[in-house]
Ligand binder design. Structure first.
Ligand code: A2P
Length: 272
């Protein structure tokens, strides 16, 4: 069971992680992180703006897992973009997480006029060995083209809203051509996709839920995925996706659900 994939720089990243957007910074996030690690998750995805990095760090510490067995992602927030600000924001995230490094540091949104300087800071952190991998989030093709024109190091990841209604096929193709891995946020469409009868019908064939069908579709498309849940049973359910395989026909059925509908903001019209 190959549960990790190599990024462009050779670092192994778990295909499945726990997302903690909108998870409360207290006991809720501490418990979720601990349950996830117990259920076999080896990646946690947080961000400075989620205001729960300290709780994530507490959950990690309480789980007793060895640091090197875990893959932790966090992100620099929009108001901290710029070279010096980003270097400082990274240190602040480390201190909140109570860690001496994170595995993956991302630019959270492509703030116009700022993201190139921010990227230079991420390159500095990477070259100094302070972070194992660097990437971006919510970048469209034109943002990536612009960034790549000046970057010394190409982003290893682009984390975007991605689910069956917004399958991001053109962006995935562009990323593949540039060695940039794709990661899905809100893979379950914030839970709104789980009532779709097409997904229920596919799941019934395998004894799996619609959530498991979507997450399996991510895996079979080489998309890193970070479903969020604060419920133990769901956290466990979302990890039970390595023991079945969707047929090519199922994959095609899920691909056909695409309508380019977003549940989150469009990166070109984000109120920064
Ligand atoms: P909860 O956290 O209360 O369990 P996404 O990752 O796409 O943003 O989706 C997260 C939403 O989907 C949350 O509201 C979460 O609710 C819900 N959710 C996550 N996993 C499952 C599941 N296996 N079954 C039903 N709902 C789920």
């Amino acid at each position: 069971r190959n549960r990790t994939t190599k990024l462009a720089n050779g670092v192994e990243m778990p295909k499945l992680g726990l997302g903690v957007w909108k998870v409360d910074s207290g006991a809720e996030v501490v418990n979720s992180v601990q349950w996830a690690i117990e259920a076999g998750y080896r990646a946690i995805d947080t961000a400075a703006v989620y205001k729960n990095e300290a709780g994530v760090g507490k959950g990690i510490a309480q789980s007793g897992i060895k640091r090197e067995e875990l893959f932790v992602t966090t992100k620099v927030w929009n108001s901290d973009q710029g070279y010096d600000q980003t270097l400082a924001a990274y240190e602040e995230s480390l201190s909140k997480l109570n860690l001496d490094y994170v595995d993956l540091y991302l630019i959270h949104w492509p703030v116009e006029g700022k993201y190139k300087e921010t990227w230079r800071a991420l390159e500095t952190l990477y070259e100094a060995g302070k972070v194992r991998a660097i990437g971006v989030s919510n970048f469209k093709e034109h943002h990536l083209e612009d960034l790549l024109a000046d970057a010394k190091i190409a982003p290893m990841i682009n984390q975007v809203e991605l689910h069956p209604l917004l399958n991001q096929e053109p962006l995935r193709k562009f990323c593949a051509q540039h060695g940039i891995a794709v990661e899905a946020w809100s893979p379950l469409g914030q839970g709104k996709l789980l009532v779709r009868p097409e997904l229920k019908a596919i799941g019934d064939k395998y004894g799996k839920t619609p959530a498991q069908v979507i997450l399996r579709w991510d895996l079979q498309n080489n998309i890193f995925t970070i479903p969020k849940s604060v419920h133990k049973e769901r956290i466990e359910q979302n990890a039970a996706i390595f023991d079945f395989e969707l047929s090519a026909e199922d994959i095609a059925t899920i691909n056909d659900l695409n309508t380019n509908e977003r549940f989150g903001p469009d990166p070109d019209h984000f109120d920064f």
